[in-house]
Design a protein around this ligand. Structure first.
Ligand code: FMN
Length: 114
């Protein structure tokens, strides 16, 4: 905790990787780091802070995406699920093989069973 305050200091803003988070703690002495946008394309970033060097394969990313889509379809009305799939699917598949093709198909999809 900072000497001048009883409150924990949380670093935040533009943390793109686990290394960025570790550097922020090392350089500022903050007690925690909040990660926003980077977690949208890499939900494993929090584990990677605790387990440096942890890599995630394309298959793991595709599996997570598929699991997430199934959960959306199970819990939301189809239209709403599809809307979220389009948004989140485009983040999850950034940089993976076949990602561009997948996003094009997803964006033109009006029936999630296809
Ligand atoms: C999807 C998303 C959800 C967020 N949810 C919260 C939240 O619940 N509470 C909060 O204080 N900030 C929230 N934020 C803001 C981030 O913690 C952060 O302040 C902001 O995104 C800038 O950090 P970034 O460069 O890591 O995105 C959220 C940001 C994003 C992108």
């Amino acid at each position: 905790m900072d000497a001048g305050t009883r409150y924990p200091i949380i670093g935040n803003g533009d943390v793109q990787s686990a290394e960025d988070a570790q550097r922020m703690v090392a350089e500022t002495g903050c007690q925690g780091v909040m990660i926003g946008r980077a977690a949208l394309t890499n939900p494993w970033i929090f584990r990677q802070v605790l387990e440096p060097g942890l890599t995630v394969s394309e298959d793991q990313r595709i599996d997570l995406c598929a699991r997430f889509f199934r959960l959306l379809l199970e819990t939301l009305e189809t239209r709403e699920a599809l809307h979220k799939m389009k948004k989140i699917g485009s983040w999850f598949t950034k940089g993976i093989r076949g990602g561009v093709h997948f996003r094009q198909r997803l964006n033109h999809c009006d029936d999630p069973r296809h």
